[in-house]
Design a protein around this ligand. Structure first.
Ligand code: FES
Length: 474
């Protein structure tokens, strides 16, 4: 079994971190779907643009996505209706349909070969008690203008109480998209990869972006990382939590290319890619009581239970869930923008974020900008903020759990996690995450150190894999 995403490739993004120039109008930090699509929208503006990516391979958050371009998103519309009212719920639906049409346009106009395929989206429930939720989502989608068609089952062995589907959605291969859009963008935009932005500081009318190879100056900065590394401004760690889910894939014969997701508490999400079925399950909030191995095993057991075979690919995905279920896209301080908080719908919201910010940077109107404005307030968000703040404090005060087969040692007052691998090699790293000092957990499945607070991940020797940390452990 391969313990990485089905899309993974070894190709470097561009392999260039030697700065030939360091003065730009716009700096885009992060080259996932949002950063690359933003560079695409801005490439003909005659602005001096730099795109900076911390890694050198297409192995970022986007590459772990299941890459559904779908406006059927569990029970999102009733959650938004409850938080903000019907009109906002409808506006969010329209923003998702708009994002799908934008993405399709980029792919078609540029002949991007990324396996874009039409795919009916099913919404279903496996539990009698959730049929009302399913029904309400169907009513809302119908009010928004969708034709919802009843389905008896999913044509795969997942027991369904009730289901319906809508047309007009798509699936694609996110890494192929990123590879090809990079080539288009690189003709007009400077790309530095394998270059971590370690700090952003405002000075006069510029931002200074500190990197190991020197400082980059930019009039405007857009941070498109899944989880921006800075705390101030905006205090993002207090306004969201990280949800983890487990993804498994194997060859599976099927007739129709469809995608599906349920409204029940136990996530069950499906899509097909060529001969493969991709199945996502076992979603949970990060916590320092996490038994990582048990969660991987459970997701593979579920896969076997339904499809009677073991997965060929198995990986984990992390999503940033905002406290009011809307993404966070816009200006958080003069000339500093973020686009994140996609609530597990990173493909539609990534493209939406890139277009909104491209429009804001060019003083163009975008009807969805106020919907996702980072400075919005809602009653639901205030309540959820309190819950998130408590959850944020919890890992600092709860008794820590380090993971199995780990020794904890102490030298000169500093605590270390120690793991001896199967070849007898000892890997010793500080116990605290460099981001905000939570205790790290050992992930025996992928041989990584995982932070239960905001999802930073490091390899066995402490090298950063995934932020918000911006540095290695030691
Ligand atoms: Fe925030 Fe570790 S403390 S990611």
């Amino acid at each position: 079994m391969k313990k990485h995403s089905i899309w993974k490739v070894k190709t470097a993004l561009k392999n260039n971190n030697q700065m030939t120039q360091n003065n730009f109008d716009i700096a885009i930090v992060g080259a996932g779907i949002t950063g690359l699509s933003l560079a695409y929208f801005l490439k003909d503006t005659k602005k001096r643009i730099v795109l900076i990516e911390k890694s050198n391979a297409l192995d970022n958050t986007t590459s772990k996505s299941t890459a559904k371009l779908s406006f059927v998103q569990q029970d999102i519309y009733q959650k938004l209706e409850k938080n903000f009212g019907y009109d906002i719920s409808k506006l969010y639906f329209e923003s998702q349909a708009y994002a799908i049409s934008l993405m399709k346009k980029i792919i078609v106009e540029n002949n991007i070969s990324c396996d874009l395929e039409k795919s009916n989206s099913y919404l279903f429930s496996m539990e009698e008690e959730n049929l009302k939720i399913l029904q309400r989502e169907k009513e809302l989608l119908t009010c928004f203008g969708c034709k919802c068609k009843t389905a008896k089952n999913l044509e795969i062995p997942i027991p369904v109480k009730k289901a319906f589907y809508v047309e007009g959605n798509y699936t694609f291969n996110p890494v192929k998209y990123m590879q090809q859009i990079t080539k288009i963008v690189a003709k007009k935009v400077t790309i530095y990869d394998n270059l971590m932005v370690e700090g952003i500081k405002r000075q006069d009318n510029y931002y200074l972006l500190k990197t190991k190879n020197g400082v980059i100056n930019a009039k405007k900065v857009v941070v498109t990382n899944h989880y921006p590394f800075f705390i101030k401004p905006y205090f993002l760690p207090f306004k969201n939590y990280i949800k983890r889910e487990y993804v498994n894939a194997a060859k599976y014969s099927h007739n129709e290319n469809f995608n599906a997701i349920n409204v029940d508490k136990n996530l069950c999400s499906i899509r097909f890619y060529k001969d493969y079925i991709i199945y996502v399950s076992n979603s949970h909030r990060l916590t320092n009581k996490l038994d990582i191995e048990k969660n991987y095993c459970k997701s593979r057991d579920d896969f076997y239970h339904f499809f009677k075979k073991m997965p060929e690919y198995s990986w984990v995905n992390q999503d940033l869930i905002t406290n009011d279920y809307l993404p966070v896209i816009g200006e958080i301080e003069k000339n500093l923008y973020i686009s994140t908080g996609y609530n597990a719908w990173g493909m539609t919201n990534g493209v939406l974020g890139s277009k909104i910010i491209a429009d804001l940077l060019q003083n163009k109107k975008n009807v969805y900008a106020s919907l996702v404005n980072p400075n919005r307030v809602s009653a639901g968000s205030i309540l959820n903020s309190i819950v998130d703040a408590l959850a944020y404090i919890h890992p600092y005060i709860a008794a820590p759990f380090y993971g199995k087969n780990i020794k904890v040692t102490e030298e000169d007052g500093v605590k270390y996690n120690v793991y001896e691998d199967e070849n007898g090699k000892v890997h010793k790293v500080r116990r605290k995450c460099p981001h905000l000092k939570c205790n790290l957990l050992f992930n025996q499945e992928e041989l990584t150190w995982d932070c239960p607070c905001h999802g930073s991940r490091f390899d066995l020797d402490g090298k950063l894999i995934e932020g918000p940390s911006k540095e290695d452990i030691n």
